[in-house]
Design a protein around this ligand. Sequence first.
Ligand code: NAD
Length: 492
Amino acid sequence: MENKHYINGGWRQAASSNRFSVINPATELVIQEVNAGNKEDIDAAVKAAREAFDNGAWSGLTGVERGAYLRKIGDIITRRTEELSQLEVLDNGKPYPEAKWDIEDTAGTFYYYATLAEELDKTPSQEIAVPDERFNSSVIKQPVGVAGAIIPWNFPMLMAAWKVAPALAAGCTMVLKPSEVTPLTALALADIAHEAGLPAGVLNIVTGLGHEAGKALSEHPDVDKLAFTGSVPTGSKIMATAAHDIKNISLELGGKSPFVIFEDCDIDKAVEWIMFGIFWNQGQVCSATSRVLVAKAIYPQLLQRLIEESQKIIIGPGDKEGVLLGPLVNHQQYQKVKEAIVRGVEEGATIAAGGERPTGFDQGYYLQPTILTDIAEDSWIWQEEIFGPVVCVKPFDTEQQAIMMANNSKFGLAAAVMSKDEARCERVAKAFRAGIVWINCSQPTFVEAPWGGMKRSGIGRELGRWGLENYLETKQITRFDNNQAWSWYIKK
Ligand code: NAD
């Protein structure tokens, strides 16, 4: 696969021999060199996707036929779960059990959208009641066309599946550009699609850098739909670019999600969910509950337990049994998170736990689970996404104050609340300005439920039926009954 991209059903020679290194974050050693695709490669991929869409080779299939391909892809991923999980650990650094969840969920996403593709056949059109009996209106759904997908590095294969599976289910063809930080499982996905016998041009995968391949894909006039997951600054650039051609876009961006803990909760359970909410995947999770708001009555006690438990977290390479916290994804991310902690301290925050490279790790981008306290609400560290194992903890007095503090953010991806009082949980859940709300937990994600944010956390929803809608156009067809009279001036 050296200097090749998966285009039009095969591995095509890249336009240039420029490459970038893919690093194992646990050892800092190069795993592989991967081609840096350029505008020419993207052009070829979009051309293949365009032809495959326009000739009806894919959109002309029934939903059942498309679903069968998606099921096959799901089956091959399931068969290769072990190998793909290990590849994800190598490339991203996450602990093996988490990588295995990702791969199982990746297969699950293909199975789920296979079913939704099949269901599309059952409702080919929907009648619409119109207030004039001479007319009859109906609505049909059709694929948007050629979709471009640009994805991040935190859940490499799963993020690909969240876009590829619904797009193909809808009848779109696609060009996928994985993150340059973690492209390996996307390359494996090309082989998997090939083995599943996906028609040529339906799925094209081009590796490359954001400012080159990513930019070329987002600017391409033949791309009808852009689906992006990544940071707010890149999302903003993509939106500006898409504005040029009025492209259909969906954006899944960053977050600084709050977790409100009331005084009546079980402290041990709260500590478990807080830790999972911020330390799984090394905190490199868009929906990580990185701002924890704790009722004043239990603040000292809860903080103490959180510090103790965070210090028990086993740190190490993702392939070592028992490890809960692996290395951050690369040097750049490690530096960014370290600098964020320093900035927090400069602003007046206290490091209650962690903040350093753990002892005994000379190589690898390891960082202790970090807890910051004494933070001002308008401070940078409280307001900005850090994307690492760093949690900010702050006390609150009343429910009203907690809601105001939770919503005092430019982001609105996720939010969580914990209390034994169900009515209170419901009240707070409704008051959160966020697209995803967890009650008495944080992070569980199901392919059936919509995923996405309010405010600067993005536009649109992935997953569930909403994820399929992302790749469908709604078309109305209105018919006039020729046996009826019509004149320009008198409608009726
Ligand atoms: P990033 O924005 O740096 O990169 C994301 C992708 O965009 C990569 O493939 C990159 O190559 C590409 N890219 C970069 N510059 C580009 C440009 N000018 N034009 C086109 N493409 C370009 O983000 P990241 O560091 O890979 O990921 C971390 C971010 O992703 C965090 O902010 C996180 O919150 C967010 N994220 C959000 C979700 C969600 O569902 N909301 C899920 C995962 C990650």
